[in-house]
Design a binder for this molecule. Sequence first.
Ligand SMILES: Nc1nc2c(c(=O)[nH]1)N[C@@H](CN(C=O)c1ccc(C(=O)N[C@@H](CCC(=O)O)C(=O)O)cc1)CN2
Length: 297
Amino acid sequence: MEILDGKKVSNDIKDEIAAEVKKIKKRGEKVPHLAAVIVGNDGASLTYVGSKVRACERVGFESTLVKMPSTTSEIELLSKIAELNEDDNIDGFIVQLPLPPQINTQKVLLAIDPDKDVDGFHPTNFGKMALDMSSFIPATPFGILELLERYEVDTKGKHTVVIGRSHIVGRPMSILMGRRGWPGNSTVTLTHSHTKNITQIISQADIVISALGVPNFLKAEMVKDDAVVIDVGITRVPDESTEKGYRIVGDVDYENVSKKVSHITPVPGGVGPMTIAMLLKNTLLARERHEANGKKK
Ligand SMILES: Nc1nc2c(c(=O)[nH]1)N[C@@H](CN(C=O)c1ccc(C(=O)N[C@@H](CCC(=O)O)C(=O)O)cc1)CN2
């Protein structure tokens, strides 16, 4: 059994990006600049945007954190997005999800300039991804592809079962695993809360990608021997015995599933850190495109 170590690989990627930034500086060009917008005080979201800003510092990117109160109206957020779209200093930006209930997430994602949409959530980027055109690929699925590639996991002709159809992970993942090339060329089943016989479908999978958010959902008896298991579920479970007052628990019963499979991602330290690394990669790509288009100084 091999652990797909997202912490290690994400650090390797950050080192590679830092090396690129040094080259950019040497050429006298502008370094990539990422902005992150957070609305409200959700603890997990604050942790994630904090990690994004720290990751920018580590690789030598510029970053801007825009904190808006939980009472922010949709118009106020859309006006901030318009500002970031127009700001030539910013190469890419993200709006941290989820958003408070008074804000329509779809409207917000549609308002982001696709050229700056380093989350890859705008329909233009999503559509390009589905059509095998160059685009920003959402960071979590992009990170999973990168892990499969770096650990040389064979995906060709394999049956991949994706659990969960969220716009951030499950839906794009199902498209990417079925695309031509590697990692891809997989036969994909996208399962969700209305899927009948889900246990039977999972038991046939060569590769299981679980993005459900239900702690310990995937048990050893549900997976085939030597399957590849990717755990995208990151749930905070209250635990007073820990310093932070919570534990991070994945969708997979790691202790038992890991004894049976060929490859597995841990939680924490698997897909989560890859999400941050691939966001940096998309931001670097955005900078390179802007440089090539002569849009930025
Ligand atoms: N605009 C976006 N919003 C959200 C995204 C996204 O890609 N774009 N994804 C998730 C949250 N997310 C990034 O934003 C994210 C989740 C988890 C991790 C991570 O490193 N997890 C650690 C555990 C950290 C902890 O909670 O203490 C791990 O798994 O090891 C990074 C980024 C939803 N929103």
